[in-house]
Design a protein around this ligand. Structure first.
Ligand code: SF4
Length: 225
């Protein structure tokens, strides 16, 4: 099945979804958003990656920043921080360039390598988009970490590709139903940028929007009396 543009979801939402499905739903279905230090630092880092020169050439490598990508198969759109095109006989032709090139996405992260697979899943999703858009194979991809100032080469295995496909399928199912999962308080809530909206302890069985509507109503009732 191929998705239409109206059904595309944000590619970077896969990080939110894997961190907490409720957090993803609050941001992407209910359009709630709250910045915290982590999200602001992350945004600044991505802005720096995107704001530099759009394209430059270093030897056999063409470097492109802020490249928009999409996939009809996954039903997602997004932006790659950096895509390097490496000269390769197995590659594809690029308009206005001699030779053939293979794309290599590089995703910037502000912290250090994580134990879970969220960063890798986001990078793999970008690789799948590039493969579909450019009819090629992504053979190498990197995660760059701001804290270690080091990039880590990452293999996009068939297992990771399958995981990415099934996570996006699940995201589409949630989105089609406009389903926000109930709160499940956990350790991760402490680091969650939406904890003041989600109210994991107070709001255990409610959608955030209905909780806020109720609070506003109580507020206006108080003013009216
Ligand atoms: S506070 Fe906890 S349950 Fe609520 S969105 Fe964040 S991580 Fe999920």
């Amino acid at each position: 099945m191929l998705y239409g543009e109206d059904d595309y979801l944000s590619l970077s939402g896969i990080q939110h979804f894997m961190f907490c499905r409720r957090q993803w739903a609050l941001i992407h279905i209910e359009q709630q958003w709250e910045d915290n230090l982590r999200t602001v630092e992350g945004l600044l880092m991505h802005k720096n990656a995107h704001d530099s020169l759009k394209t430059e050439t270093r030897g056999d490598i063409i470097i492109t920043r802020g490249m928009p990508v999409f996939s009809k198969e996954l039903g997602v759109y997004g932006v790659c921080d950096v895509v390097e095109f490496h000269r390769s006989d197995d590659g594809i032709s690029l308009f206005g360039r001699d030779g053939k090139y293979l794309p290599c996405p590089i995703e910037y992260k502000k912290g250090r390598p994580k134990e879970d697979a969220t960063d890798l899943m986001q990078l793999a999703a970008q690789a799948l988009c590039l493969e579909e858009m450019l009819c090629c194979t992504v053979k190498s991809a990197y995660l760059y970490y701001g804290e270690t100032r080091h990039r880590v080469e990452t293999e996009i295995t068939s297992e990771i590709r399958d995981n990415v496909r099934s996570v996006f399928e699940e995201m589409h199912q949630y989105y089609d139903r406009r389903y926000t999962p109930k709160v499940k308080p956990a350790k991760r809530c402490k680091a969650c940028s939406l904890k003041d909206i989600c109210l994991p302890v107070l709001c255990k069985n409610k959608r955030a929007d209905s909780f806020i509507t109720q609070m506003l109503k109580e507020n206006s009732d108080e003013k009216a009396t």
